[in-house]
Design a protein around this ligand. Structure first.
Ligand SMILES: [Zn+2]
Ligand SMILES: [Zn+2]
Length: 198
């Protein structure tokens, strides 16, 4: 069953297919925390230890059905990940590599809230915790399931590369290999501001 994706204000809508194929994890890295500060709604994004609950999947499983014009993209640096969000209400959508041949999107839980169905119901439990050294506290480590999830996900990513299905993505023009929305790269002073807020 597809799981709905939507921004807080409802302008941007879509869905995630094959929710059983995702790997769910929490990332505590400083860049993910800085992205939440950039959007200005950290309370809706970060958990009490500064973690972002991320549903990692292939972009081909993400479909945007409405409000694609609201989709915006930023990056903390010239070479950093592309961080997608709905500009209408600053809801984070997900992170993708700059190279779309690396068929990955880490969807951020905020755009997947669908009460009464929980993320747990659709996507299963958190199986990996990464960059825990930047957590504000001591998150429970789960090394075995983290490695298993990463390996499982890497193999689906390699398959998407080989069979060409990486070209099916709502984030990139498949002919040019460029993002549909040019990323706004933060200036050094903007970056300093959000990194200092972490
Ligand atoms: Zn919105
Ligand atoms: Zn991160």
């Amino acid at each position: 069953m597809n799981h709905p994706l939507r921004c807080r204000c409802g302008t941007l809508k879509g869905y995630v297919s094959h929710p059983e194929k995702v790997s769910r994890g929490v990332c505590y890295c400083r860049d993910c925390q800085a992205f939440a500060h950039f959007l200005g709604t950290t309370g809706d994004i970060l958990d009490e230890m500064g973690g972002t609950d991320v549903v990692a999947t292939l972009p081909k499983y993400v479909t945007i059905t409405q409000g694609v014009g609201a989709l915006a993209c930023m990056s903390l640096t010239e070479t950093g990940m592309l961080r997608w969000y709905a500009s209408c209400c600053n809801t984070p959508v997900g992170n993708t590599p700059r190279d779309f041949k690396v068929s990955h999107v880490g969807l951020i839980h905020t755009c997947l809230e669908d009460p009464p169905r929980s993320l747990e119901n659709s996507f299963g439990p958190v199986r990996m915790r990464v960059n825990t050294k930047h957590a504000k506290g001591k998150p429970k480590l789960m090394p075995i399931s983290t490695i298993a999830s990463v390996l499982r996900f890497m193999s689906s990513l390699i398959r998407a590369r080989l069979d060409g299905s990486y070209k099916s993505t709502p984030f990139f023009d498949p002919d040019q290999g460029t993002p549909f929305v040019p990323p706004k790269v933060l200036t050094s002073s903007e970056r300093e501001r959000v990194m200092n807020a972490v």
